[in-house]
Design a protein around this ligand. Structure first.
Ligand code: ADP
Ligand code: MG
Length: 246
């Protein structure tokens, strides 16, 4: 279980996270939903011990991440927003390198296991720079799950992918979520609705709402709000919205 209490982060004078509290039960797919600049990546960087909070507490299975970052990090795999994937290596070389850095046991076997799970074995010897964005994202997810961590944190795992690649990555996330805790961020409501058990909506560094997708839909409806996703030019969307009747 991950317990976040009263988390606050300032970058200089800028308040990026303000008194954020939430709990993530084990074994769920948990979504952080919010527009750009909401504080999703900042939250994930703090949860993974990559960034210090200004104040507040994060406990992973009872262990305070700030007091014992190494112990907490052993439970975690992380795909940051900008994955540190080395373009001039092959997936196999890169994963061996990460596995060694993580101190993974049975290195060759473990690299094979994550390549199978993320379905990248067929490109294991190609340079990462020559892979599609979808494959690169799988390599990024593969490095996150090396060592079989209980908690997998993925920052905007489907951003920049085409629809088919998005579907494939979603299926992979659902597979991982069958026996792990997965935390993912997204700015797309429909995405978190379809794959997450619980969602935290974050806006301007604060919790705007949280609950199951069904609870959130009910909350929005009760406030007379609807959520919609639109794709088109500004003119098309404004024209279409003007035609909607209440
Ligand atoms: P999100 O991932 O939801 O887009 P971020 O966590 O990246 O949001 O950013 C939250 C806010 O903090 C934004 O206003 C962003 O400009 C600011 N911010 C993020 N990283 C830094 C940084 N290193 N220095 C200063 N401001 C930052
Ligand atoms: Mg971000």
């Amino acid at each position: 279980m991950i317990e976040v209490s009263h988390l606050t982060k300032r970058y200089g004078n800028h308040l990026a996270l303000s008194d954020l509290s939430f709990t993530i039960p084990n074994g769920q797919i948990y979504g952080l939903l919010g527009p750009n600049g909401a504080g999703k990546s900042t939250t994930m960087n703090i949860l993974t011990g990559c960034l210090a909070a200004t104040s507040g507490e994060v406990r992973i299975d009872g262990v305070d991440i700030f007091e014992d970052p190494m112990a907490a990090k052993r439970h975690l795999g992380y795909l940051p927003e900008q994955p540190p994937v080395y373009m001039d290596r092959t997936p196999w070389e890169y994963l061996r390198f990460v596995a060694r850095a993580k101190g993974v046991k049975n290195l060759a076997q473990e690299v094979d296991r994550v390549m199978d799970l993320t379905q990248i074995a067929d490109v294991r010897d190609r340079l990462i720079r020559n892979l599609s964005k979808g494959y690169r994202q799988r390599v990024g997810i593969a490095q996150a799950i090396l060592g079989d961590p209980d908690i997998i944190i993925l920052d905007e795992p489907t951003v920049g992918l085409d629809p088919r690649q998005i579907t494939e990555i979603r299926e992979l996330i659902q597979k991982l979520g069958e026996n792990k805790t997965v935390i993912l961020s997204s700015h797309i409501l429909s995405e978190v609705q379809t794959i997450c058990d619980r969602v935290l909506i974050i806006a301007h560094g604060k919790v705007a709402a949280q609950g199951t997708p069904e609870e959130l839909a009910a909350q929005l409806a009760a406030r007379g709000m609807i959520a919609a996703t639109a794709l088109g030019t500004k003119e098309q969307i404004l024209a279409a919205a003007a035609k909607v009747e209440g």
